[in-house]
Write a protein of this length. Structure first.
Ligand code: SF4
Length: 216
């Protein structure tokens, strides 16, 4: 088991797992938050894994934004099938913002990047991890380490904690930001003309975005 910090080389751990497969394709469940964040992780891992996406994002506010991001993700999957031949399954659980908002309420006053986000990551990843366990996947991971606004250490530590809760499915450590992953993701997003959202997702981040806009 890995106990991480800023110097932990999560990228290398992921690479070591890929090398250990010796070309054998395993079933990977991907937690995906949106199309733009999925661009690089999917092109990087789908040559090695049979990937299924679990779109668990009840944090996204309002519901029109949730649908819009889901629509962009579906567009991306169609482009990746056309251009790379990737057959990626998409699972969309029921959208339940009420339960999420109730859960996040005690942390809503905290700023983006704080404990509020750490709980938010865990909430969504846990549901996706449970799906991976129930459906006997070989690995689980999230695309969120690609985001420059999100700490890869925190996300991988959440993954490590959830692996203890769902021990039949190993957590695949990643750091998609590394080796120009974030930049490559932006290029793929722009190449396909995907909608680039202006805020992370939840009601608090939407309000923070409105305040930033007001100041311009
Ligand atoms: S800013 Fe993003 S990660 Fe943080 S609580 Fe909101 S939706 Fe979740």
């Amino acid at each position: 088991m890995i106990e991480g910090n800023k110097k932990t080389r999560y990228y290398d751990f992921g690479e070591a797992v890929i090398a250990s497969l010796h070309g054998e394709r395993k079933k990977l469940l991907f937690h995906v938050c949106c199309g733009p964040c999925a661009c690089f992780p999917l092109t990087y891992l789908c040559p090695h894994f049979d990937a299924t996406i679990y779109y668990c994002n009840p944090n996204i506010y309002p519901s029109e934004e949730y649908e819009r991001r889901l629509g962009e993700l579906k567009k991306l999957l169609a482009y990746l099938k056309r251009d790379y031949g990737f057959e990626i399954e998409l699972v969309v659980p029921p959208y339940d913002p009420e339960a999420y908002n109730e859960f996040i309420k005690p942390y809503e006053h905290l700023p983006e990047g704080s404990e509020r986000c750490h709980h938010c990551y865990e909430y969504r990843m846990d549901e996706a991890y449970q799906y991976a366990e129930d459906h006997h996947f070989d690995y689980f991971t999230t695309v969120m380490t690609v985001s420059r606004q999100k700490s890869s250490v925190v996300l991988n530590e959440v993954g490590r904690k959830l692996e203890l809760k769902h021990p039949s499915v190993p957590y695949l450590y990643t750091d998609f930001k590394k080796k120009d992953g974030a930049l490559t993701g932006v290029k793929i997003r722009d190449h396909y003309g995907l909608y680039n959202q202006q805020y992370c997702g939840c009601r608090a981040s939407y309000n923070e975005y409105l305040k930033r806009k007001e100041k311009l």
